[in-house]
Design a protein around this ligand. Sequence first.
Ligand code: CS2
Length: 485
Amino acid sequence: MTPTQIPSEHAPATVGIVHLGLGAFHRAHQAVYLERNLTRHGGGPWGIASANIRSNRHLVELMRERDQRYHVAEYADSETLTLREITAIRETYYAGPGGEDLEALLTRMSEPDVRIVTLTVTEKGYHLDPADGRLLLDAEPIRHDIASPTQPQTAPGMLVEALARRFTADTAAFTVLCCDNMPDNGKRTRRAVIELAGQRDPALAAWIADAVTFPSSMVDRIVPAMSETDFERLRALDVDDPAAVTCEAFSQWVIEDDFPKGRPDWEHDGVQMVADVAPFESMKLRMLNGSHSLLAYLGVLAGIETVADAICRAEFVGLLHRYMRDEAAPTLNMPKGTDLDAYADSLLARFANDSLHHRLQQIAMDGSQKLPQRWLTGARKQLDAGGEIGCTALGVAAWIRYTAGRDLADAHHPVDDPMAETFAALHAEHDKPESLIAAFLSLDAIFPRALAEDACFRNAVLDAYHTLNGSGVTAALAALDDPTR
Ligand code: CS2
């Protein structure tokens, strides 16, 4: 294969954006859009200073050693690869536990040239109740940030401290752009920041409410964690880059256009700037991410390793077709002209990209934070409208079974979730499916009461659990077609 190579050739940019969450997704998504912007302008004021605030000091060191240059390898399929060199990230910081750069990061965030702060800290990084989006004032890291606001550990805490410094110095506010897979992600971030600021100083909270905008955004690109095989494939093409990222060729970014302090002219770089992101956000969360989570829990239980491996099996393709068509699409209210069938087909084609080694275990992580927006809001709407919920109920049953930490052949898998201890305790306490399912559905941080108490939903989850546990994944999928159920 001969990749198309796109070197970075613009002048060094100055920093206008601070980003929290220097993970693979940020480097393969936002940084690529900014790279395009800087290339069009030959440089400019929208370079990025990017920080890891929880873990991975090593990546920050690697980026610095390489003068913040790295490659993004975009695979359209196994024959078509574009290799981009990226220099849009100008500075990197490590402000996680023991992080020596916290003060430098906060200073950067307080500078007048910084007009936007973007975030990819994952759902759990906001410390919100997954079911209703309230800030968890009792969560240990939030309690820490309330007690020591000038030494924050969380993303909301860092935003509040940086905004407090700007407020005191009479520096204009920045715009906060959340790029995590949450519904109303701008509104949720706003609420978290204002609630936390209110604990510190009501005048600060009032200023933030007035001066800071929090546009919502929908982000989309499949960016699996890098594996040794990915690095080897790149080395075979003479790209020896330990900071490289591999992803699919597809990329989408839809942003609510509310940047009173200015923004890059992103609309010329392939970004959709819109008045209302909500329909796009719901579509992506329920269709793409909802399908991903179905594959993740059922696939891991069946001993399957990657998304592409699952998609090789007709029964999984059938499941996703059915879920998207009968359970996700009917809950969406899209602008005229949106073709949800075509969208569903495009998702299946993307999932089948076997150049990406996208591990189901990676997607299965943090289910407690993901289920509400991916499945449960849709299921509630379906029940209200008398619609289908069979695939969703099977997904919930598979997730509950998954949280036991053993697949159907009794092989162990880690359960990586902020609520993992609670799940382990529930499995230890309940050996009858009836009481286990009832106990899980009563977790009100995840399941809205109206859904948990809906007999149709409870029975569907319990039935699916019985079939899954007793007869396996194939039987549980076949049962979806049984009209007597
Ligand atoms: C995935 C997402 O890990 C997950 O939960 O569903 O990271 C997914 O790959 C992205 O949202 C695609 O844009």
